[in-house]
Design a protein around this ligand. Structure first.
Ligand SMILES: [Zn+2]
Length: 166
């Protein structure tokens, strides 16, 4: 078998496994703090909130920052505001700079699996239940947070290995 064909086979296998992972993740359930039940991610409506920073001085501001993700209980119509407390000491606007930001990971892995996601301004008033479940059960959702220092060392190590292989 040509090596190129082997690579194509591997790509196909990878696609297949990725689809299986997506399917499994879409079936994962989120505990709802409104009805005290659990709902499958693929059956939930989500709302992504954003906030706008007004322009200031000559070059500052005039940008939109992603805020919290909410999901709506299909039974009560109330919202669950998903909170990720792990990085509470890092300002929100800087959290996405970290590869291990759990909120970023959740967004990347799960946001597209909700039934639908609508965008909303952060200032829209809505009653919601604060829901930290995912943040407190990261392993269950395949999220991991690494010590940043350790991550930098590992990255350095990988670079060093690549350099020495040249
Ligand atoms: Zn519910």
């Amino acid at each position: 078998m040509l090596l190129e064909h082997k690579l194509e086979d591997l790509d196909l296998q990878k696609d297949k496994i990725n689809k299986q992972i997506e399917k499994r993740n879409a079936q994962r359930k989120l505990p709802c703090y409104s009805c005290n039940g659990k709902h499958k991610i693929c059956e939930l409506e989500a709302i992504q909130t954003y906030y706008y920073t007004e322009p200031y001085s000559c070059t500052g501001g005039d940008f939109v920052t992603r805020s919290d993700l909410h999901f709506v209980c299909p039974i009560t119509g109330d919202r669950n505001r998903m909170l990720f407390m792990t990085n509470y000491d890092i300002p929100r606007e800087k959290r996405s700079h970290y590869v291990n930001d759990p909120e970023e990971q959740f967004s990347r892995m799960y946001k597209h699996l909700f039934k639908n996601v609508t965008d909303e301004d952060h200032h829209v008033k809505s009653d919601s239940f604060n829901n930290e479940y995912v943040s407190k059960h990261m392993k269950q959702f395949g999220l991991s947070i690494q010590d940043l220092e350790k991550w930098v060392k590992t990255s350095f190590h990988v670079c060093w290995l690549k350099l020495t292989n040249i």
